[in-house]
Write a protein that binds this ligand. Structure first.
Ligand SMILES: Nc1ncnc2c1ncn2[C@@H]1O[C@H](COP(=O)(O)OP(=O)(O)OP(=O)(O)O)[C@@H](O)[C@H]1O
Ligand SMILES: [Mg+2]
Length: 184
């Protein structure tokens, strides 16, 4: 009898939690992800102000061969990049005037599958954005130092899973349970 693939399982999102001790680790994560990017992939970056969403995107752009400046799209909402293998559209929706303002601005044409899309502050667009292949949530990790971050990755679909696999193949893996807390 032939095995029928379990479609429900194949649709389950996959998660990976990582600790990044410093900005070099964030850049290494971006390099690992860069190797799996292909046109049409959408990545959402969440996290507080200053968590490292733009720093991560800059490292991604460098890994993809961009040598010029990479401005934060804080005020322009969009910074486009013409890279050697595809275009990359870096959005920051923090200053979006309404959830639908990105649609009114015609930005949906950049989500047509021809480029890679990276969006900071996707939550400002509410549920008007299509689900991404990969979500990253970057959080400060003050107990581990000023430059330490924790990252939660959530991948959906084959393309998202391929991104997670590339990250795992580069040696990133979830932290172990760690030492027992010291007795009081
Ligand atoms: N591990 C780290 N990963 C990323 N950035 C780090 C790390 N450690 C220190 N930093 C510093 O933290 C700052 C992150 O700023 P960045 O502009 O990337 O934040 P952001 O999440 O894009 O904020 P915003 O929501 O305002 O756009 C940078 O100055 C960067 O050098
Ligand atoms: Mg930013």
């Amino acid at each position: 009898m032939t095995d029928i693939p379990d479609i429900a399982d194949a649709d389950q999102p996959e998660r990976l939690s990582l600790q990044l001790p410093d900005e070099a680790a964030t850049a290494a994560l971006a390099r690992a992800l860069a190797s799996a990017l292909q046109p049409g992939i959408a990545i959402h970056l969440s996290g507080d102000l200053g968590a490292g969403k733009t720093a991560f995107t800059r490292a991604l752009l460098r890994a993809l061969g961009h040598t010029g400046r990479a401005r934060s799209p804080t005020f322009t909402l969009l910074e486009p990049y013409n890279l050697s293998n595809f275009d990359l559209y870096h959005f920051d929706f923090y200053r979006l005037s309404s959830e639908r303002a990105w649609l009114d601005a015609g930005f949906d044409e950049y989500l047509d599958g021809r480029g890679v899309v990276v969006i900071e502050w996707p939550e400002m667009a509410g549920d008007t954005l299509p689900a991404p292949d990969l979500r990253l949530r970057i959080d400060f990790d003050p107990d581990a130092g000023d430059d330490a971050r924790r990252v939660e990755l959530l991948a959906r679909g084959a393309r998202g899973r391929a991104c997670l696999n590339a990250i795992r193949d580069a040696g990133f893996c979830a932290p172990g349970p760690g030492p027992e807390p010291a007795p009081r």
